[in-house]
Design a protein around this ligand. Sequence first.
Ligand code: IMP
Ligand code: MG
Length: 180
Amino acid sequence: MGGSGQEKLKVLIRRAAIQKRVREVAQQITKDFKGQRVHLVGVLKGACIFLSDLVREISLDTSIDFIAVSSYGKDKQSSGQVRVLKDLDSSIEGLNVVLVEDILDTGLTLNYLLRILQQRRPAILRVAALLDKPSRRIKEVKGDYVGFTIPNEFVVGYGLDYAERYRNLKDVCILSLPPE
Ligand code: IMP
Ligand code: MG
């Protein structure tokens, strides 16, 4: 039981690179939805920091909402079981929705979310994800706006956690744990 002392962090994406890329993604969204309104739906809690930075770089009429789904808990493995813990506050019917995710990993969460949100008849439903780990895909899903494609490593920071920790790191870092 070494606690955080034996956990090692290695920077994968620096804050300046994140900032620059978030601005580019926001500009693309601004261009794609020119003259329209976009409704950003953040997936709690991992996407909260990405969404906060993203929305401020979008030059459109915007609104935001959040949804929370069950996550891995303390495990690094996906159970494949997804459950809504906190639903949206308002209807998305007829809206241009951009679902904002921290990371696309197995695709199980996104697959589930797209299915339930599509049933609510948005005008458009797109996906923005800060990170994409395509090598771990179980369900075929694709982000429309992806910040960075990364290798198969467990990462934390800029909203991403390990057992609720490290969300406050300004860089995205690879976390290595001591052997069990
Ligand atoms: P998926 O359903 O396997 O695609 O997993 C999506 C969720 O798992 C993300 O929204 C994250 O909360 C979490 N997750 C997946 N990979 C990582 C990682 O490398 N670091 C931290 N959280 C992760
Ligand atoms: Mg998480």
